[in-house]
Write a protein that binds this ligand. Structure first.
Ligand SMILES: Nc1ncnc2c1ncn2[C@@H]1O[C@H](COP(=O)(O)OP(=O)(O)OP(=O)(O)O)[C@@H](O)[C@H]1O
Length: 326
């Protein structure tokens, strides 16, 4: 098939960025909606040039009455297009819980385990600039910092061996819809997208159209660009914070040198503490937890925090702030 501008643009992008290497083994997450069908079609069109090995995974959450028919649609279409498709069925707790967060966590677990089982080095999803714009707005309204505003990245690690790649962050949902229409592809309608009960859908269906009409017709690519710019800043700050942490960390008991940490800029202090807590408490800390740790920078000797989740406390043993486990 002759390439149109969408295939050409993706091909050019992948030549500029080594996200999906030639001969790579790609596992493509396909819901059956317009974005992931556009992604699947594009990767199939580009495959003869890149020599990828392609497989599809569909996650059946079992939430909707048409879930089984949706799964069969993805399976049949993939196989018609010559790509093997595997369907994962959600465990009962996902079916009953019905929260977006639980469903997403389960999906990423399926992606990771299936990629490991099928020896795939890359998982590919169909997130678009529209998803990125919605994520920026959602997180901005929650009071996120740089990290939340740049969370939908082009690439991140699922495991040390497996990357998650989102190569459609440059295209909007309207453009994937036109692409599908132009190719004669009829996506599976997702009834949950129509419900305004989910905050993301309200942003998609009410806030973005309002912003497009009254502020910026190109608000989706504009917010996607904001996210992209911030991604670069975040990577830089994280690298600086890591380098600093390594110079002021002791391991037994885990601690940070508070005099040296106190001399750093607040932006770096917050990141160093977050990295430190994440490493030793094995969970992400929030703004309040980081603030109470930083409070110890100037507190009297032997001051301590109340317990972090899991029971550990931080305590000043000058010149160190140490983590003490129960
Ligand atoms: N049921 C599914 N099965 C397989 N892949 C899926 C499924 N749902 C979503 N995906 C993949 O994830 C992409 C984004 O979908 P969607 O925006 O609905 O997910 P999300 O929950 O917002 O994910 P994220 O948390 O990563 O933003 C899709 O283009 C597709 O590649």
């Amino acid at each position: 098939m002759a390439w149109g501008w969408v295939q050409a643009r993706l091909h050019q992008l992948l030549r500029q960025h080594p996200w999906l290497p030639p001969h790579g083994s790609l596992l493509i997450g396909v819901s059956g909606g317009q974005d992931s069908l556009c992604l699947l079609r594009l990767l199939i069109d580009l495959q003869p040039h890149w020599h990828w090995s392609l497989q599809v995974v569909h996650c059946n959450h079992g939430w909707r009455e048409d879930a089984q028919a949706n799964a069969e649609f993805v399976q049949t279409l993939s196989e018609t297009w010559g790509v093997t498709c595997r369907v994962a069925i959600a465990p009962p707790e996902i079916k009953t819980q019905k929260t977006e967060a639980a469903a997403r966590a389960w999906r990423y677990q399926v992606f990771t385990e299936m990629a490991q089982g099928q020896n795939c080095s890359h998982v590919v999803t169909g997130h678009t600039a529209s998803d990125q714009a919605e994520t920026v707005l959602l997180n901005l309204l929650r009071g996120s910092g740089l990290d939340g505003l740049s969370s939908l990245t082009w690439q991140r690690s699922l495991t040390p061996e497996i990357s998650l790649v989102r190569p459609l962050l440059w295209i909007t949902r309207d453009e994937t819809a036109s692409f599908c229409q132009g190719q004669g592809i009829s996506p599976w309608p997702d009834a949950t997208n129509e419900q305004l009960t989910y905050r993301r859908n309200r942003i998609r269906q009410e806030l973005i159209p309002y912003l497009q009409e009254h502020f910026n017709a190109q608000v989706e690519p504009a917010l996607a660009r904001t996210s992209d710019l911030l991604q670069g800043d975040r990577e830089y700050l994280e690298a600086q914070a890591l380098a600093l942490r390594l110079t002021l960390e002791q391991s037994h008991p885990p601690g940070l040198h508070r005099v040296m940490l106190g001399q750093a800029h607040l932006a770096l202090q917050r990141r160093v503490v977050r990295q430190f807590l994440q490493q030793h408490l094995s969970r992400r800390s929030n703004y309040a937890q980081i603030a109470k740790f930083l409070h110890l920078l100037t507190a009297p000797n032997h001051s301590q925090t109340d317990p972090f989740p899991g029971g550990a406390i931080a305590r000043v043993d000058h010149p160190w702030i140490q983590l003490i486990f129960p």
